[in-house]
Design a protein around this ligand. Structure first.
Ligand SMILES: [Mg+2]
Length: 337
């Protein structure tokens, strides 16, 4: 099994601003695993909050290249365990590798990933479309250029309720909000009352990741459900979030790929929590992997590729929030750049 690493700089359609940062481009690493005429593809983007660089991912993957070459044919769960022990501090690199391996494995089996896992795709949730922080006029125009049934609005400015009030004048779509750790507990409890009246469905990660006392207070007093993102990174965090959050937003890059993500989602549902998967501005390579998890989800935020000026692959696509799977096996991806 051959390992091929392809770094890209993905240009964004618009400058993307959240509570802690602003950016125009998104570096990304594509991992290709090739064997017997089949190729599997995985992806992980760089991320300053999680201290992840493309260079670091490439270095860590190159170091275990002989081990990867020697691991053909293993069941994906076994492959993940073996690789996780070699990449204890680089979940993003592990994610890209795990996605590529699952994709390759399913293609060799002649199945789409959701078929391999025996998932029923009839009740898949619709994806939201993310509106980054901007002037109200620009946020409205971003919404209008992308008519969509559900929007996720990034907040964490000093006029959050005013923003949502203004956006609400232009659409009846469902709103979700994501404060990316930008609020206090008391602000969150007060904002939830106003946001509920404005047709907001839930609040994602209002407080800093490690403010567990604050999370508890918000969990007990908020009139809207609260979904953990920055507070739920790896498998052990699902249990930590139980009775501190109403649900978890699992991201493939944070936890190390599809293999642990599936276990986390099953565990969250067993605990009676809402399940969500989010993205990290991946191209269609990463987004296509997420699509196969939809049967396990209540909510999904998989608009990453739509935020790009130019994509680097074909695979699953989104029509008004609904996922259209590719005809190809595995994740369904073909690289185009
Ligand atoms: Mg988030």
């Amino acid at each position: 099994m051959q390992l091929i690493l392809k770094p890209y700089i993905l240009k964004l359609k618009h400058t993307f601003t959240i509570s802690r940062e602003s950016r125009d481009e998104q570096p990304s690493l594509i991992v290709q695993l090739r064997e017997d005429g089949f190729s599997g593809y995985g992806e992980a983007t760089s991320n300053p909050y999680y201290n992840v660089s493309i260079k670091g991912m490439m270095r860590d993957l190159e170091q275990i290249e002989p081990l990867i070459a020697d691991s053909s044919g293993m069941p994906p769960e076994e492959f993940w365990e073996k690789m996780a022990s070699q990449l204890p501090n680089n979940k993003f690199a592990l994610c890209a590798l795990d996605l590529a391996y699952n994709d390759l494995y399913a293609r060799k089996e002649g199945k789409k990933l959701y078929e391999l896992w025996d998932y029923d795709i009839d009740n898949n949730p619709l994806s939201d479309y993310t509106i980054g922080i901007d002037t109200i006029e620009k946020m409205v125009s971003k919404m209008e250029e992308m008519p969509w049934p559900i929007y996720k609005i990034k907040l964490g400015s000093d006029r959050d309720i005013e923003i949502v009030k203004e956006l609400r004048k232009h659409t009846d779509a469902v709103f979700r909000v994501d404060a990316n750790c930008g609020w206090t507990a008391d602000e969150t409890i007060a904002n939830a009352i106003a946001l509920k009246e404005l047709g907001v469905e839930f609040i994602e990660q209002p407080l800093p990741a490690d403010d567990w006392e604050g999370h508890k207070k918000v969990f007990e007093n908020s009139v809207l459900p609260i979904i953990a993102d920055e507070s739920c990174q790896v498998e052990a965090d699902v249990e930590k979030c139980y009775q501190y959050f109403h649900g978890v937003n699992v991201k493939l890059t944070k936890c190390g790929g599809l293999t642990p993500a599936r276990r986390m989602l099953v565990q969250a549902r067993q605990l009676g929590m809402k399940t969500m998967v989010g993205c990290m501005t991946e191209s269609t390579v990463g987004i296509s992997a997420i699509a196969h998890l939809l049967p396990l989800l209540d909510y999904v935020d998989m608009d990453g590729a739509l935020l790009l000026g130019e994509d680097i692959a074909t695979g699953v696509s989104l029509e008004d929030g609904k996922v259209i799977y590719s005809d190809l096996n595995g994740t369904g991806v073909t690289l185009t750049a």
